[in-house]
Design a protein around this ligand. Sequence first.
Ligand SMILES: [Mg+2]
Ligand SMILES: [Zn+2]
Length: 228
Amino acid sequence: MSQWQSEKMLTAFLDRDGVINRKRPSDYVKSWQEFEFLPGVFDALRTLKQHGFRLIVVTNQRGISLGRFSENDLAVIHERMQAELRKAGGELDAIYYCPHGYDSCDCRKPGIGLFLRAQRDFPDIRFSNSFLVGDSVEDMEAGERLRCRKVLIEVDGAGIASLLARKNVRPDFSAPSLLEAVTNYLIPSPGSGAGEAKTAKETDEAGEPDEAPTRPMMSEIHNKKPLP
Ligand SMILES: [Mg+2]
Ligand SMILES: [Zn+2]
């Protein structure tokens, strides 16, 4: 990929549990047997890839620090997850995880250490050109610090809205699933090819130059169904 192309790339930072796979009530996902993809995730990730997004998972995995599972267990889960996503055409570009407990590192979300590590690995990442999709207060707080677009997934309508309001953190968009967030917010017209024909002249609010024609314009994305 040329430098020019890579500079145009949008990045979707994705939380894992509660966004890609189902959360386990009061427990961690400790093995592949306990890993269950949420409905629509394959379609969602494939669609994002088709629209030129870079896909990066950033996930807190405190269960490692508690000894509930090992880093090797996690590696196995992620290998299997990637294999399934690859088959579906929605492979992730990278996965970053924090294995630590509370207050012992700068990488556990809402810390942004993992995002900065991603930016070191992919130097063209612009957080102003990025989305953070997550289901927790910590995700939205990290997004706030990064000044990227914050997308809240509420699988069961769990309602952390009041918590977020108290912290004065407002998602840019909310949806009950990753797929709905993708089709209604991250990309303009999924499946119709409309997003690929856009060659708008506007620049996004960070003043970046025009997007490549194969990618949605940030301004269009931003203007798509904002929250009231
Ligand atoms: Mg989560
Ligand atoms: Zn950490």
